[in-house]
Design a protein around this ligand. Structure first.
Ligand SMILES: [Zn+2]
Length: 292
């Protein structure tokens, strides 16, 4: 983020802080404190692209979050939404794509601190060792996580999720057989290979234009417990708990602070994606594994 933008954002954050504190107290009294779900991608010192953050930046995020928020799993986030009441500032941490570099610092740090994580990986990357085309196009040869690494992470309590087979834009797929493979079959394959339940699905890219209403139903029918987008948005108690809205974060601490403490402008502007008219019924927590 350029310096001028960071300075502007910091001024905006400081100026709106009294309002944010007032809103936080009001929301807590009403049991309406939202759950903020963060999406990270890659933590490595090389700053290779805009979705890589350095170990120091990641550590500074945790240092700011830890005293202010309760860290919960996606399952507990869903419990708070279904329970229709939450009075504590709450954050859930997720990672997308499955880069091996995350095993160096970020994931061991989270495991040591017992912070719940849901870690979304792609089938082609994990099962065939394929690097992402968008990374190769930029000259980056980032190694994806292996099955063995993911088994070890699962043994340490990290929840492994599915991020499709090929990191496909699911809104651009109309062939039902391809959609089924990208959403369901690959989830079953990951589950079998890693020997752990794969309970959540995350849309690649995750903006409104990448979301496909059919995928929500397909995922529900297959046995997934929830589906994640990443266009931003806060999750309020009483919201549909099957669709979890996430916020993509980069290395900037002020951007994280602005988001996580409930930005009044974004709270008003970001509209929720509805996959109706046939809304998936709320389900009891923990449906367990996909029907393999
Ligand atoms: Zn992704």
């Amino acid at each position: 983020m350029p310096l001028w933008k960071r300075t502007l954002l910091r001024s905006y954050y400081q100026a709106t802080l009294p309002w944010r504190r007032h809103r936080a107290r009001q929301a807590a009294r009403q049991g309406r404190t939202p759950v903020v779900i963060l999406t990270y991608h890659r933590v490595a010192a090389d700053r290779a692209n805009s979705w890589t953050i350095t170990p120091d930046e990641f550590a500074s995020h945790l240092a700011w979050l830890e005293p202010r928020f309760e860290f919960v799993s996606l399952e507990e986030a869903q419990n708070r939404l279904r329970g229709r009441s939450n009075s504590r500032p709450t954050v859930s941490i997720t990672f997308d794509d499955g880069y091996a570099d995350n095993c160096q610092l970020a994931l061991p740090l989270l495991i040591r601190r017992r912070i719940p994580v849901t870690y979304f990986v792609c089938g082609a990357a994990v099962l065939k060792g394929e690097m992402f085309a968008h990374d190769l196009a930029m000259g980056n040869r980032f190694r994806p996580n292996t099955v063995d690494e993911l088994r070890a992470l699962a043994a340490d309590g990290i929840s492994i999720g599915c991020h499709t087979r090929s990191h496909a834009d699911l809104a651009a797929i109309s062939d039902p057989a391809i959609l089924h493979d990208e959403v369901v079959t690959v989830g079953e394959e990951l589950q079998q290979a890693i020997r752990t339940p794969v309970r959540y699905l995350a849309f690649p890219y995750g903006q409104h234009r990448h979301l496909n209403p059919r995928v929500f139903h397909l995922a529900y029918d297959a046995g997934y417990d929830g589906v994640c987008s990443s266009y931003g948005g806060y999750n309020y108690p009483g919201d549909d708990a099957f669709h979890l809205q996430r916020v993509c974060v980069d290395g900037s601490l002020i951007r994280l602070q602005n988001w996580a403490s409930i930005d009044p402008v974004r709270e008003r502007r970001i509209r929720r994606f509805f996959y109706g008219p046939e809304i998936v019924p709320r389900q009891a927590p923990t449906r367990g594994a996909l029907h393999a």
